[in-house]
Design a protein around this ligand. Structure first.
Ligand code: NAP
Length: 326
């Protein structure tokens, strides 16, 4: 039997970038196929639907004045993409060969997938400390989050004592954001010196409700349904103590989901993010585009990822038209 013709566009990832790319590609009659990934119980919480599956109320996505839950929002994105003819596949792409066209991908069920254009939108995952109660309360909306900009303004955090773990620019940025809502923000850092740039440190430390706990690591998150406190350990003498807080924001970096690109030739920066052409979604490989957090260490917002997904679909459409494969 002859091979089935290649797909016009395969989209890898199912967060705001992937679904928006699918909506645009489907409306351009490119019959996109979205590989949404496989639901796992992995501690890194990589989920079909992306980081928003861990967000309780999304209050900053325009058009939702009453807020919307992250999972609900992703279900709406998916429905909209399917309405225009997107095919959804519940598997991961595990390897990519971009050396010949059409491109050859392999999925987690061992199937070979061929495509004329590919949009990489598998996102990045926030790094977690890795404590059982931390992950449980992050998933249940119990006051543990990896994104202050997304969750910090929720009523449960208002006028409360909150903690931020981490000592980099993200931790400072999150902590400054939280000082507007919290009664007090304690940054917990594992060393005696912050990694963050001086200006970011200063921005936080100059707030009247800013506080830092040096040489401390969080060893447990306390509370059944809602966080009530943290057990912390001093890294210099091993002594443990309890800190009462009503929110924990983990800001210890992100890891872009690019494992499946190993050996594919797609250029990544030192931190592992896909490098894009100037003001476009093009990667260094013709016909391969990227959108969302996989290529964005800076903004990491649902609305910016969605915008990048739109750009990638338009760039892919133009590229396919120019190469006669649309
Ligand atoms: P980062 O610079 O890698 O900092 C991560 C922080 O988390 C470090 O302080 C690290 O401690 C700590 N950490 C890592 N693993 C930990 C663990 N298991 N337990 C406790 N602490 C842990 O990451 P980032 O802050 O997300 O920044 C990433 C990049 O984006 C940086 O280049 C940053 O400059 C940039 N960025 C810029 C801005 C801005 O300019 N507005 C805002 C955000 C991010 P150690 O210091 O001990 O290693």
């Amino acid at each position: 039997m002859p091979d089935a013709p290649p797909h016009k566009v395969v989209i890898i990832g199912s967060g705001p970038a992937g679904w928006t790319a699918a909506i645009y590609a489907a409306r351009a009659q490119l019959n996109p196929v979205v590989f949404v990934g496989v639901a796992t119980q992995s501690p890194s919480l990589v989920l079909p639907g992306g980081q928003l599956m861990l967000t309780t109320d999304v209050e900053n996505y325009p058009g939702f004045p009453e807020a919307v839950s992250g999972p609900e929002m992703m279900a709406m994105f998916q429905k909209q993409a399917e309405r225009f003819g997107t095919t959804v596949v519940g598997r991961d792409i595990v390897t990519c060969d971009f050396s010949t066209m059409p491109f050859t991908l392999h999925d987690s069920a061992g199937e070979t997938v061929r495509a004329n254009a590919v949009i990489l939108a598998s996102g990045a995952t926030a790094n977690w400390i890795g404590l059982e109660n931390e992950l449980r309360l992050a998933q249940s909306g119990g006051g543990v989050s990896a994104c202050a900009v997304c969750d910090g303004a929720l009523p449960i955090f208002k006028d409360q004592h909150l903690a931020v773990v981490g000592g980099g620019d993200s931790a400072m940025e999150e902590a400054v954001f939280l000082t507007k809502y919290a009664s007090k923000v304690t940054v917990i850092h594992r060393r005696d010196r912050l990694r963050a740039s001086k200006i970011m440190q200063q921005r936080f430390l100059s707030q009247p409700n800013a506080d830092v706990m040096w040489n401390k690591v969080v060893v447990d998150v306390l509370g059944d349904e809602k966080i009530t406190g943290l057990e912390v350990e001093d890294t210099t003498n091993g002594r443990r103590s309890t800190l009462e807080v009503r929110g924990l924001f983990v800001a210890i970096g992100h890891t872009p989901a690019t494992g499946f690109l190993e050996g594919s030739g797609v250029e990544l920066d030192d931190a592992g993010y896909v490098i894009l052409g100037d003001r476009s979604s093009r990667t260094n490989i013709e016909g391969v585009f990227a959108a969302g957090d996989i290529a964005d260490a800076r903004y990491r917002q649902a609305v910016t990822a969605a915008g990048m997904g739109c750009q990638a679909a338009i760039d892919a459409e133009h590229w396919l038209a120019a190469h006669g494969s649309n």
